[in-house]
Design a protein around this ligand. Structure first.
Ligand SMILES: Nc1ncnc2c1ncn2[C@@H]1O[C@H](COP(=O)(O)OP(=O)(O)OP(=O)(O)O)[C@@H](O)[C@H]1O
Ligand SMILES: [Mg+2]
Length: 705
C-alpha cells in the first residue's frame, strides 16, 4: 500500500457498519455530528446485497433497501448479516451455526484452505468484499449528499471483535476506496456522541447496545481527559432478529390453526413472515394495542389459497419477549458477576441500538439497575444513530499520528518522516486540547510460556490485565535461555497461574540463534500492543554482540480445535430441528416452545464455545427428543431404532405418524384409535418382539386402509 498515490484529501466521515443497518455521519461546520441520509433519503442503509437481475449488469449488485426487498423473492442469493462472518475461518464454530441460520450458501474458498466465501448469483465473494460493497454505497451516497469526495473514514466494530475481524473491516474499507483513519469500538463511539462536550460526564458508563443480531455491553470510564473501555461482555447471537423469529413463530402457529401450510424450506414465505413480524414488533413496541396483518399468501395442504387476516397483540409480544428478556438478564448478570460490579457502582446505563426501543427491555434494565430508586438507565437521544455520530466526531478529532520517536506525522503517512518506523503502533494526535483521548484496558493478561529450570509449565505475564493500551514502547521481560539449539516461545492469553491453563494464541520458534549466545544467557522478550489490538513481539539477546532482534506480528488466525461437547451439539441441533418439523402437531405447545427456546440457547452455547452449557443443553435436548415429547418421542425413537433392521416396520411407523399428525390437525376423533394401534406396534417393535410386531403389521394395514 505504501507506494499508492495518496488522493487529495476530501471529507472524513464516520461509518457504523452494522449487522443489520449501516449509517454514515459527519461533523459539519456547526461542530455537531449529523447523519448523512442515503440516496433515498433514509437515515440507514440495510447491510444487504443481492445480484441485479439483468444479465447486462452481471457483477453489479443491489445494495441496501432494494436488496432487502429482493430477500423475499430470492433469499438464497441475498446476503444479510455478513458482519457475523467477518474475519472468521471456515471451520470456526460461529460459522457453522451461522450456516444453519442463514439462507445463503457459505462455502470454503476453493482457492484458499479454510477461508470462507458466500455464493451470490454466479459469483463467490469473501465477507470483506461483501462489506466493501456496502461501504462503497455508503461512500457514494455520502459524496452525493455532500457534493464533495469522501476520502477518509472511521469505521466502528463491536468491542469484542478480535484482531482478524478488525483487520477484515479495515480491508473492506480499503477495497471500497476509503482511507481508514481508525477502527473504533462501537460503545466508545456511542459514548462519544452522547457525552462529548458534556462537562460533568458520568464516571462509569455501561453502554448497552441491543441491535439486530447482537447484544453488546461495555463498561467505560469517562474522565475529563478521556474515554477508556474497561471491559465488555454480551451475547453474540441475541438481537431484534430473535424477536422477529419468535413473533414469526406465533404467526405460523396461527396459520396452522387455520389449516394452512408453512414449510420450513419455503424460504419466500419464511422471509415474508419475518418481515411481517418485524413490522408488527415495531408497531407493538410503540405502545399500539394491536398490529394488523393482512393478505399473507398462504395455502392449505390441498393447494387452495387461504385468505388470512390476523391481529397480533401486546400479549403476543410479551410472550415472545419472555425468553429473550431471560437471556438478556442472564447475560447481564453473568457479566456483572464476572467483573464484580454491583449494579449501583455504575453511574449511567446508556441504551443504544434499535432493539433498545422495546419497552420490555427498558423495564428489565430499570429493574436490574434502579432497584435502589436511583435513576441510572437512559435511552440515547437517537439509539440507532449514536454509534455513527460518535465515529464522525472521532473522524473530526484525529488530525495526525505521533510516532514512538515523538515526531508528529500526517494522517496519511504510513512511516515516520523522521525515523522511518511504521506508524502502525503510533498514537493519534487530536485537533485541540479539549479532545479527550480514547484508550482501552486489556481484557486479559498476555505473556509467554517457557521452561524455567525443572518447571516446564511456567507462565510469565508481560502485559497485565487492565493495562491501558495502545502500548507503543514494548514491555520487556528477561529469561534464561534454556538451550542454544532452538528457542520456542508459546504466546499465551489469560490469567491462570500455569502456562497450560491459558489460551495458546501462537507459537514462535527461533531456529537460528546468534552464534555467541550460550545456554543460560539472558533473552529479553518485548510485547507492544497497538490500537488495533495487534501484538508485536520482539526478542533480543543482551549478552550477544551480534545485531539480532527479530520481530513478529501475532498471527491469531491459527485455530483452536473445536470442543467435543460443542461438536456433539452441532450434530444434535439439526436432528432436533427436523424432529420439531416432523412431529410438530403431536407435541404440546408449551413443550414445543420450550424446545425451541433450548435450540436458541444451544446455538448461543456453540458460538460462545461455552462447553458447560453445551453439555447441559445436549442432555436437556436429548431427553426431550427421546422421552419428553409424549407420542412424538415414542415415534421418533421407534423410527430410528426399528428402521435399521426392520425397514417394513419402520416404514409403517412413519406412515402411522403421518396419519396421526393429519388426524391431530383435523381434530379427527379417530385419532385415539390410531394412536393406540401405533403405540402397540411401536412398543412391540421396541421390545424386540419383531415377529409379534409383524403380525400387528397386518392388523395395522387393515386399520390404516
Ligand atoms: N422502533 C423499534 N422497535 C423495536 N425494534 C426496533 C425498532 N427500530 C428498530 N428496531 C430493531 O432494531 C434492530 C436493528 O438495530 P441496529 O440498527 O441498532 O442493529 P445493527 O447495529 O445493524 O446490528 P448489530 O448491533 O447487531 O450489529 C432490528 O432488529 C430492528 O427490527
Ligand atoms: Mg449496532
Amino acid at each position: 500500500m505504501a507506494d499508492m498515490p495518496v488522493p487529495r484529501r476530501g471529507s472524513s466521515i464516520g461509518i457504523d457498519l452494522g449487522t443489520t443497518n449501516s449509517l454514515a455521519a459527519m461533523v459539519g461546520n456547526s461542530g455537531t455530528a449529523d447523519i448523512l441520509p442515503n440516496r433515498a433519503g433514509e437515515a440507514w442503509t440495510p447491510s444487504v446485497i443481492s445480484p441485479r437481475r439483468s444479465k447486462q449488469e452481471a457483477g453489479n449488485y443491489l445494495v441496501g433497501t432494494e436488496a432487502l426487498h429482493n430477500f423475499g423473492r430470492d433469499p438464497r442469493n441475498t446476503i444479510r448479516s455478513i458482519k457475523r462472518l467477518m474475519g472468521l475461518t471456515f471451520n470456526d464454530p460461529t460459522v457453522r451455526v451461522a450456516r444453519e441460520q442463514i439462507t445463503y450458501e457459505i462455502l470454503e474458498d476453493p482457492s484458499r484452505a479454510n477461508a470462507l466465501v458466500v455464493r451470490i448469483g454466479g459469483s463467490l465473494l469473501t465477507p470483506e468484499e461483501v462489506s466493501a460493497k456496502i461501504l462503497e454505497r455508503i461512500k457514494t451516497d455520502a459524496e452525493e449528499r455532500l457534493n464533495n469526495p469522501v476520502t477518509h473514514a472511521v469505521i466502528t466494530v463491536p468491542a469484542y471483535f478480535k484482531e482478524p475481524q478488525r483487520a477484515a473491516t479495515w480491508n473492506a474499507g480499503l477495497l471500497a476506496g476509503l482511507s481508514v483513519t481508525a477502527i473504533l469500538d462501537e460503545p466508545t463511539a456511542a459514548a462519544l456522541s452522547e457525552y462529548h462536550g458534556v462537562k460533568d460526564s458520568p464516571a462509569r458508563v455501561l453502554v448497552f447496545d441491543f441491535g439486530g443480531g447482537t447484544l453488546d455491553f461495555s463498561l467505560l470510564q469517562i474522565t475529563n481527559s478521556g474515554f477508556t473501555v474497561i471491559s465488555y461482555g454480551g451475547d453474540n447471537f441475541l438481537g431484534g432478529d430473535d424477536i422477529d423469529r419468535g413473533l414469526a413463530r406465533v404467526i405460523t402457529e396461527r396459520i396452522f390453526d387455520e389449516g394452512g401450510v408453512v414449510k420450513e424450506d419455503d424460504y419466500r414465505l419464511q422471509a415474508l413472515l419475518k418481515q411481517e413480524a418485524e413490522a408488527a414488533k415495531k408497531i407493538l413496541s410503540s405502545g399500539a394495542d394491536t398490529a394488523q396483518l393482512n393478505n399473507i399468501p398462504v395455502r392449505r395442504a390441498d393447494g387452495s389459497m387461504l385468505d388470512l387476516e390476523m391481529e397480533l397483540t401486546p400479549a403476543d409480544l410479551a410472550r415472545t419477549m419472555a425468553p429473550i428478556e431471560r437471556r438478556v438478564r442472564e447475560a447481564l448478570e453473568k457479566y456483572l458477576r464476572k467483573e464484580s460490579l454491583p449494579p449501583e457502582s455504575i453511574t449511567d446505563v446508556l441504551m443504544v441500538g434499535g432493539s433498545s426501543a422495546v419497552p420490555a427491555i427498558q423495564r428489565l434494565l430499570r429493574d436490574i439497575f434502579e432497584s435502589d430508586g436511583v435513576r441510572r438507565v437512559r435511552l440515547a437521544r437517537s439509539p440507532m444513530e449514536a454509534v455513527a455520530k460518535g465515529a464522525a466526531l472521532y473522524a473530526k478529532m484525529i488530525v495526525g499520528v505521533r510516532c514512538i520517536c515523538g515526531q508528529e506525522n500526517n494522517l496519511d503517512a504510513k512511516t515516520c518522516v523522521k525515523c522511518n518506523k511504521t506508524l502502525q503502533s503510533g498514537t493519534f494526535t487530536m485537533d485541540d486540547a479539549t479532545s479527550r483521548t480514547i484508550t482501552s484496558r486489556l481484557p486479559g493478561s498476555m505473556g509467554v510460556g517457557y521452561r524455567a529450570g525443572n518447571d516446564a509449565d511456567a507462565y510469565q505475564v508481560i502485559l497485565r490485565k487492565g493495562s491501558l493500551y495502545p502500548i507503543t514502547e514494548p514491555i520487556r521481560e528477561t529469561f534464561r535461555l534454556p538451550s542454544t539449539l532452538k528457542f520456542t516461545l508459546n504466546i499465551l492469553e489469560g490469567d491462570e497461574l500455569k502456562a497450560s491453563q491459558n489460551h495458546l494464541a501462537s507459537v514462535l520458534q527461533v531456529d537460528q540463534l546468534p552464534p555467541d549466545v550460550k545456554e543460560g544467557d539472558p533473552v529479553t522478550v518485548g510485547f507492544a500492543y497497538d490500537r488495533n489490538r495487534i501484538l508485536y513481539i520482539s526478542i533480543t539477546f543482551p549478552s550477544s554482540k551480534e545485531k539480532f532482534s527479530p520481530q513478529w506480528k501475532l498471527d491469531r488466525q491459527k485455530e483452536t480445535p473445536p470442543d467435543e461437547a460443542i461438536n456433539a451439539l452441532l450434530v444434535l441441533l439439526p436432528r432436533v430441528r427436523n424432529f420439531l418439523n416432523e412431529y410438530r402437531d403431536l407435541i404440546e405447545q408449551g413443550v414445543r416452545l420450550k424446545l425451541q427456546d433450548d435450540l436458541d440457547q444451544a446455538q448461543n452455547a456453540i458460538t460462545t464455545s461455552n462447553r458447560t452449557e453445551a453439555e447441559r443443553l445436549q442432555g436437556v435436548m436429548s431427553r426431550s427428543l427421546f422421552d419428553g415429547c409424549g407420542i412424538a418421542s415414542t415415534l421418533f425413537m421407534a423410527e430410528h431404532t426399528i428402521a435399521q433392521d426392520h425397514p417394513k416396520l419402520g416404514h409403517a411407523v412413519k406412515e402411522g405418524a403421518l396419519k396421526l399428525r393429519q388426524q391431530a390437525k383435523d381434530r379427527d376423533p379417530e385419532k385415539e384409535t390410531t394412536r393406540k394401534a401405533l403405540e402397540q406396534l411401536v412398543t412391540r417393535a421396541l421390545m424386540g418382539e419383531k415377529n409379534q410386531a409383524s403380525e400387528d403389521l397386518g392388523n395395522w394395514d387393515m386399520l390404516t386402509r
